[in-house]
Design a protein around this ligand. Structure first.
Ligand code: HEM
Length: 398
């Protein structure tokens, strides 16, 4: 089997080329450090995500196996009951509850930096907007952005250097989560409620995902604190930098083609097509991991039991068998809705509709308020193997 190294400066500098080469020449390959197997190409990636008899999320979707069979780390059929807890809450209709907050947050964040005239839009806009919206969705204080920034940055750093260091960040996050759970439980107790239920969400305690999980019954019992923490962590870490990268990558594509920037300014409804095309061509989650349940043959290679697999969303979203002219950014694309930037199957991203709504609202406001935006330096990315997350976005505006 071919071995490949995604961490070389060449591979990092041109991720589409690295992933395209995998898809076209060796869709199943082993990483040079021997820790995992790559799977590339649209059909192969879908197979990893949909064939639970061979590929499992029971140990999580990062390289280092974590929390066996807890909350999000389950396969169907058991997982189907678990995700019913929040599925309709996170649906396209459900997330509309946060649309006015998204608009307010985007306006306030821009108020804070507009007068600077130039700066790093990752720090000024791409981090604080999703951090505050995610905090709102989880029922956490919006004004702790510095702390949220530290957690999400440390998560990315740990992913690059030592996946097991994530544990240290988690201990600090969990202590904060526990305080927030206790605040909501105290409000329920103060109201004399002994058996909390969904009817108390948005009435006695705030209308947030945390409130929902603390009051929901799952197979006849409340979730354990460990299950709630694990789930909230997934939503928190999953929701911030990915959505920030989506907004900044969309701006980058538009700025690099001034005619597109002008078109979108003239017709802001094109923002939706620009967001969808950015998700396809530059998926912020380039790939995730699965565990291998039993030996599996794919593309003429055998991936052995107990191995870890990294599925390449980037190679799938630019697969020429599925997308016409796959490496071009086009606002008039007809085949774009087949992209799998949010995954597919049982673990399809539950934040997909939040991310789309947030990006659509925040970018419309951004483009209206900073119409003379321009890049004034190279956009830099975190050097991770499976996320395409913007680290610096130097820009100027009038
Ligand atoms: C552009 C933004 C986003 C992208 C590209 C993205 C991408 C993804 C992908 C590809 C997965 C599937 C992982 C797998 O199968 O192993 C996923 C899962 C997940 N995402 Fe997102 N996501 C985004 C935004 C969000 C937001 C805003 C939230 C929270 C509100 C969120 C929460 C989650 C959670 C909790 C999971 C785990 C689901 C599960 O394992 O069943 N994501 N995301």
């Amino acid at each position: 089997m071919r071995t490949v190294d995604p961490t070389t400066p060449e591979a990092m500098a041109d991720r589409p080329r690295f992933h395209g080469d995998l898809r076209d020449n060796s869709p199943v390959a082993q990483s040079a450090d021997g820790q995992y197997y790559y799977v590339a190409g649209y059909d192969n990636v879908r197979q990893v995500l949909e064939d639970h008899s061979h590929f499992s999320k029971n140990w999580g979707s990062q390289l280092a196996p974590m929390e066996h069979l807890v909350a999000l780390n389950q396969d169907p059929p058991d997982f189907n009951d678990f995700k019913r807890l929040y599925n309709s809450y996170m649906s396209p209709a459900g997330v509309k509850r946060w649309s006015a907050d998204c608009a307010r947050i985007a306006e306030e964040v821009i108020d804070d930096f507009e007068s600077l005239g130039s700066g790093d839009l990752q720090a000024l806009f791409g981090k604080p907007v999703p951090a505050k919206v995610t905090a709102r969705a989880l029922g956490f204080p919006e004004d702790r952005v510095d702390m949220y920034r530290r957690w999400t940055d440390s998560f990315l750093d740990a992913m690059i250097r030592a996946p097991d260091v994530q544990k240290q960040v988690m201990d600090e996050m969990y202590a904060f989560f526990d305080e927030q759970f206790e605040l909501k439980r105290q409000q329920l107790r103060d109201a004399g409620i002994e058996t909390p239920g969904r009817e108390h969400v948005g009435t006695v305690i705030d209308d947030s995902l945390t409130s929902l999980l603390l009051t929901s019954q799952y197979r006849g019992r409340y979730l354990t604190d460990e299950e709630v923490r694990r789930t909230i962590r997934g939503f928190f870490i999953g929701g911030v930098d990915t959505t920030g990268a989506l907004m900044l990558n969309t701006l980058q594509h538009l700025l690099k083609r001034p005619e597109l920037w002008e078109q979108v300014k003239a017709n802001p409804d094109l923002v939706d097509a620009a967001i969808e095309e950015t998700l396809r061509i530059d998926p912020p989650a380039m790939g995730m991991f699965r565990g291998v349940v039993k030996d599996v043959e794919m593309a003429g290679e055998v991936i052995p039991k107990d191995g870890r697999v990294l599925f390449s969303v980037l190679s799938a979203n630019r697969d020429p068998n599925v997308f016409k002219d796959p490496d071009s950014f086009r606002l008039d694309r007809k085949d774009g809705n087949r992209h799998i930037a949010f995954g597919t199957g049982a673990h399809f991203c539950p934040g997909a509709w939040t991310a789309r709504m947030e990006a659509a609202i925040a970018l419309r406001i951004f483009i209206r308020r900073l119409p003379k935006l321009r890049l004034n330096g190279p956009v830099e990315y975190f050097p991770t193997i499976n996320f395409l997350i913007v680290r610096h976005f130097p820009a100027a505006w009038d």
